[in-house]
Write a protein that binds this ligand. Structure first.
Ligand code: GAR
Length: 187
């Protein structure tokens, strides 16, 4: 059975979607702080690791010990050190709540909303040394209706994330794929 670890810092709704869809595969949650994801892990019976200081060394150790097939970032609000990215490439994947390269960084949904975009969405990509960059695995769009407030847009984005992230992780685990021309291609 394949081994997946999820890294989170926040509410953990993507972690929960992943853990429910990939019950056998999600072996652990790693967090860098007290956060909502921990309560979800307890409820779902997924072991969790809280990183110690310095978090970089603690993370490196946890990833080596776990021997994971895929390392899934789900709202982990830290930049993964370059040496860790290199050591585990291309096994670290990330989800971002915008159509990259638009709106990288934090508060992406809010910034897209305030910009008045009529189309935004999600990006799932392989993590490289550049933040919110790296070979794209999947993007899905969300149209922003004119009468939506920010909350409505946030919930629409999250709904799309929860549908697609588990599907993509499953495909990465069990299908054949390669990185070509800056993107991931399933063979
Ligand atoms: C998600 O919307 C994810 O796309 C975003 O954090 C949220 C985590 O929510 N990630 C980033 O912004 C990464 N740059 P969750 O804790 O409920 O899964």
């Amino acid at each position: 059975m394949k081994r997946v670890v999820v890294l989170a810092s926040g509410r953990g709704t993507n972690f929960e979607a992943l853990a429910k869809e990939l019950k056998e595969e999600v072996k652990a949650l790693i967090v860098d702080r007290d956060c909502g994801a921990i309560e979800r892990a307890k409820r779902l019976g997924v072991p969790y690791i809280k990183l110690e200081k310095p978090w970089q060394d603690s993370l490196r150790r946890a990833l080596r010990d776990g021997n994971y097939d895929l390392i899934v970032l789900a709202g982990f609000m830290r930049i993964i050190p370059e040496d860790i990215v290199r050591e585990f490439y291309p096994k670290i994947v990330n989800i971002h709540p915008a159509i990259l390269p638009a709106f990288p960084g934090i508060d992406s949904i809010k910034r897209a909303y305030e910009k008045g975009v009529k189309l935004t969405g999600i990006t799932i990509h392989i993590v490289t040394e550049k933040v919110d960059d790296g070979p794209i695995i999947l993007q899905r769009g969300v149209y922003v209706k004119d009468d939506w407030d920010l909350k409505r847009l946030e919930s629409a984005i999250h709904r799309v994330e929860h549908i697609w992230y588990p599907r993509v992780v499953r495909k990465l685990l069990y299908d054949r794929w390669e990185i070509k021309g800056g993107k991931v291609i399933f063979l």
